[in-house]
Design a protein around this ligand. Structure first.
Ligand SMILES: *Cc1c(COP(=O)(O)O)cnc(C)c1O
Length: 464
């Protein structure tokens, strides 16, 4: 295949994508595949000779779509959504054509400057004050790792970077018991150690207890440890827990700790002004991450990190070897100094396309609908005698279970997913096995969301 063949095959791929999208509702959300079957269908070694693209494309059609979980399915209610709006897909196609490595301004001037502008667009749309800047990472995990590394180095006065961690005091990071495992991963990878991630208990509303936070910091200081930072949770993955950041900030600010907000999923909803009180106080935090690749229609991967002052993170992550020196120009940003990997994809292009093609109002309409329909579904489920809402809707996420206990709930989710019309996943809340329900697909409708109610009513034994 050469470049002259690309338009034909690209057009075929686009037509395939359209047909795929149009037939998604008719497919089960999750495939029935036996583990190992796809691997076995592929030859054990790579071809020595070129193969025709016709054959490769045909094999793709035969093997892949039927063995994938359809994340773009409008009735995908599992985990969190991973949306790909058509405008985003188009932007990725263009970014692929250019295939720039966007590590420096001079390797990618437009990518760098569109990235700067997109951060500003989002900052304003999300109600954050002027002066906040930021960058784009592959994932929230990487953004959180960057923030935790910055916490570490700031607390060590940047000695860890040169001397390593042995001989340094014991650092302590605080987060609620509702935070995502990416925080655990970050403290592990940062060499701080899992034992030094202090999980602060949450109150009845699942927010971090500020008194418990203050007490933990005090005890750590008394023990000679060094408190380094706090990670707040806005929209926890399990059941959507939100810290009340403003209530915790007085103690955090008095202790001069670095703060990071993990709003990976819920952050997208902050483009709706009426929802912004949910993260009140985030504007005073040092770092915030959210994933447009979850709920904003921008396809994976695209994770935005806002920074109140980028200098500490640049000091932590940035290196400038001779071969990366920029010889001309001032007033330029070299984003590789803000991120863990040196190489960077042109991710800002899809943000630019999506924000323009749908407009903030178009995106808000979708988010508001998801929240409203999920609320409506929760009421319908509340009326089913066998079932019980365990955690109330937070944005577009709630959890429920069978009144007869964990075994009945587990049997129910297996039946739901075997049915195939909708796909939901489970979590544990306060020791209890619960079914999570979240909606956020770009094209899902009220009928798609209410299908969960139809399926439940069909599957549960009581005659209604
Ligand atoms: C999804 C999620 C993450 C991880 O996001 P990645 O981009 O996959 O690393 C972290 N925190 C929360 C709250 C999430 O929902």
């Amino acid at each position: 295949m050469n470049h002259d063949d690309l338009p034909t095959w690209s057009a075929k791929a686009a037509a395939w994508a359209q047909d795929y999208h149009n037939t998604l509702r008719d497919r089960p959300v999750r495939p029935t595949v036996t583990p190992g079957s796809i691997r076995e269908a592929l030859p054990a070694t790579a071809p020595e000779q070129p193969e025709p693209i016709e054959q490769i494309f045909a094999d793709f059609e035969a093997l892949v779509p039927g063995a994938m979980t359809h994340w773009q399915h409008p009735r995908f209610f599992a985990y969190f959504p991973s949306n790909a709006s058509p405008a985003s897909m188009l932007a990725e196609q263009l970014a692929n054509a250019i295939s720039a490595q966007c590590m420096l301004w001079q390797t990618s001037p437009a990518a760098t400057e569109i990235e700067e502008r997109m951060i500003q667009w989002l900052r304003a749309a999300m109600g954050l004050p002027e002066g906040i800047t930021g960058t784009i990472h592959d994932s929230a995990t990487t953004a959180t790792l960057s923030a935790v590394l910055t916490m570490r180095e700031r607390a060590l006065d940047w000695a860890g970077l040169s001397e390593g961690l042995s001989g340094q005091p014991r650092l302590r990071i605080y987060a609620s018991d509702q935070t995502h495992s990416s925080i655990d991963k970050a403290v592990r990878l940062a060499g701080i150690g899992q034992d030094n991630l202090v999980k602060i208990p949450t109150r009845d509303d699942l927010s971090m207890d500020p008194d418990a936070l203050a007490a933990a910091i005090k005890a750590d200081r008394a023990a000679g440890h060094v408190p380094a930072g706090v990670v707040f949770c806005i929209g926890g993955t399990s059941v959507g827990a939100c810290d009340r950041i403003e209530e915790c900030l007085p103690v955090v600010e008095a202790e001069d700790l670095y703060t990071h907000v993990d709003a990976a999923w819920a952050g997208s909803a902050m483009i709706c002004p009426e929802l912004q009180p949910l993260w009140a106080g985030a504007e005073r935090c040092d770092s915030i991450v959210f994933n447009p690749h979850k709920w904003l229609g921008v396809q994976f991967d695209c994770s935005v990190q806002f920074l109140r002052d980028p200098a500490p993170q640049i000091r932590t992550l940035g290196l400038r070897p001779d071969y990366l020196e920029t010889l001309e120009g001032s007033d330029i940003t070299d984003f590789n100094e803000w991120t863990v990997p040196l190489g960077r994809r042109f991710r800002a292009l899809k943000l630019w396309f999506v924000l323009r093609a749908y407009g903030l109002e178009g995106l808000r309409d979708r988010l508001r609908n998801h929240v409203a329909w999920v609320g409506e579904l929760a009421e319908a489920i509340r009326a089913i005698p066998e079932l019980e809402i365990v955690t109330e809707p937070r944005l577009a996420l709630f959890s429920f279970s069978h009144r007869e206990g964990d075994a009945a709930t587990e049997a129910l989710i297996q039946k739901i997913n075997a049915d195939g019309r909708v796909y939901l996943t489970q979590t544990r809340h306060k020791g209890r096995f619960v079914i999570r329900m979240t909606a956020g697909s770009f094209d899902c409708t009220r009928e798609d969301v209410m299908m969960v109610n139809t399926v439940l009513n069909e599957l549960l034994p009581t005659k209604r």
